[in-house]
Design a protein around this ligand. Structure first.
Ligand code: ADP
Length: 474
């Protein structure tokens, strides 16, 4: 699983847990608060009734009490409100029919004896459970009766549920909004964190592929910025070391060049009998020496070419060129080799090839190298094709060398153009001298110096197709 996915999931999970926790806490706290508030308002109502009853008794005027009862009569859930005297006779009631009645039921008898707030529950009838609140009425510290209010428990519960539903809806909406913001935040945050990590990983991959001058562009002033800076320092150091190695190799190869040249000249002179008659055995040995010296000087030329390419000093002479003679001539040069391996070599190109800006000598070097690889990695009886065609959309001439050889594994298609890179295990099925792994790196440099490029398509055990392109004229 990618780091970004992991981080996003983890932070999202945390956000969900926090939002869920806060929501549950708010729901519980809110419902408790609501129930408490309702209880408080009921207590206040019964205390007020007792207070109004007291004042009516003091001024001996019922009007005050009756008005108050009228006022609270329509309170939601209120079933009755009444005031009794010390003998439990009803002296005021929201239902005037009860005036003067003597209350003798258990609840009323218990209420009569209370000296503070008394809350009782009972069923008035099967469908009406009642919550009865009783509060004594004192005049001059003397108990003069009881104020009572009965609420329908069903109505009270309904009121609580309705109030809770509104609260729940609000909390739910806030929770959803918090969740959306939190999840979005999680994705943005992880993107901010993993973006630089991805950049560093990509940079390290590019450096690992041999592009030692690559610099990672993470400028943040944190640990990731420090890590990127260290990577950049490392690539600078690697580049420096690579440069030192290249300088060393090119100076050594330069020094090797002249003695090798004289060696080859003297082998030729020996061969021609300039130092006396050579017999067949000696001729055979001299040929082995000649082949070895030739390979060595090819290797030295490759090393020097590579060094020039790396320093950007590869010189190419670009001019308007018709590449068809170059293609035909190079194909002809390979005839002995393809015949020997019974390989079919096809050249497919239009009668007249459009002219391109190119260095014909360097282009021939590219083609030769590609053909020599194709011959090397194609088994007997295979086919090699050279094709040239105009690409109107890119305004380039594309030349490809395809073969029916062993192919290149997908994961090595990019690295194959790096110097000294060879497909692992490919040598097993190939005869002839071991290559150096410099050819494709040089070809790439030569193509880039001519304003072109090269790429490869390949399928393992089916074949490869190397294509390079050059800018068309006009
Ligand atoms: P060399 O041929 O000297 O090893 P190159 O740079 O020309 O060096 O090629 C690098 C590697 O690419 C070869 O060693 C081989 O593994 C692979 N390769 C190149 N051309 C082909 C091809 N036509 N078919 C299969 N593999 C190839």
């Amino acid at each position: 699983m990618r780091l970004k996915t992991k981080f996003s999931l983890l932070i999202s999970l945390l956000v969900v847990i926090i939002v869920l926790g806060v929501t549950i806490f708010l729901l519980i706290a809110e419902s408790r608060f609501l129930i408490k508030e309702m209880e408080k308002s009921r207590t206040k109502m019964i205390e007020s009734l007792a207070q109004v009853a007291k004042e009516s008794l003091i001024v001996k005027d019922d009007i005050l009490l009756l008005n108050y009862l009228k006022l609270i009569k329509n309170t939601n859930g209120l079933v009755y409100a009444l005031v009794t005297d010390t003998s439990n006779n009803v002296i005021a009631h929201t239902d005037l029919n009860f005036l003067g009645d003597k209350l003798t039921d258990d609840i009323s008898l218990k209420a009569k004896k209370t000296d503070g707030l008394l809350i009782q529950k009972y069923d008035m009838d099967k469908a009406t459970p009642i919550l009865d609140l009783a509060f004594p009425v004192y005049v001059d510290d003397k108990n003069t009766g009881i104020a009572r209010i009965g609420f329908s428990q069903i109505a009270l519960n309904k009121a609580v549920q309705e109030a809770l539903a509104v609260t729940r809806r609000r909390i739910f909406m806030v929770a959803v909004a918090a969740l959306i913001v939190g999840l979005l935040g999680a994705v943005i945050l992880t993107g901010m964190m993993t973006g630089p990590i991805n950049k560093i990983a990509q940079g390290a991959q590019i450096i690992g592929q041999g592009k030692l001058d690559h610099q990672i562009a993470v400028k943040s002033k944190d640990e990731l910025g420090d890590l990127a800076a260290e990577f950049n320092k490392m690539s600078d150091k690697l580049k420096e070391l690579d440069q030192m190695k290249s300088d060393f190799v090119s100076s050594v190869t330069h020094e090797l060049r002249s003695p090798l040249l004289s060696l080859r000249m003297y082998i030729d002179l020996f061969n021609k009998g300039a130092a006396g008659e050579v017999n067949d055995k000696q001729k055979e040995y001299l040929q082995v020496m000649k082949d070895g010296a030739f390979r060595l000087s090819r290797f030295i030329d490759d090393l020097l070419d590579m060094a020039k390419i790396e320093r950007g000093k590869m010189e190419v002479t670009l001019q308007s060129t018709d590449l068809s003679p170059v293609i035909k001539e190079t194909a002809q040069l390979f005839e002995p080799q393809v015949n020997q391996k019974k390989i079919k070599l096809n050249v497919v190109m239009p009668e007249k090839l459009p002219r391109v800006t190119a260095d014909s000598v360097r282009t021939q070097q590219v083609l030769t190298n590609l053909l020599s690889n194709a011959v090397k990695f194609t088994p007997e009886g295979g086919t090699i094709a050279i094709e040239a065609r105009k690409n109107d959309s890119t305004k380039m001439l594309e030349i490809s060398v395809s073969d029916t050889g062993m192919g290149i594994p997908k994961d090595q298609l990019n690295s194959i153009f790096n110097k000294f890179e060879q497909v692992k295990g490919a040598r097993k099925n190939v005869s002839g001298p071991k290559g150096t792994g410099l050819g494709l790196a040089i070809i790439k440099g030569l193509m880039e110096a001519q304003g072109g490029t090269i790429w490869v398509e390949s399928e393992l055990n089916k074949g490869s197709k190397f294509t390079f392109n050059l800018p068309l004229i006009g």
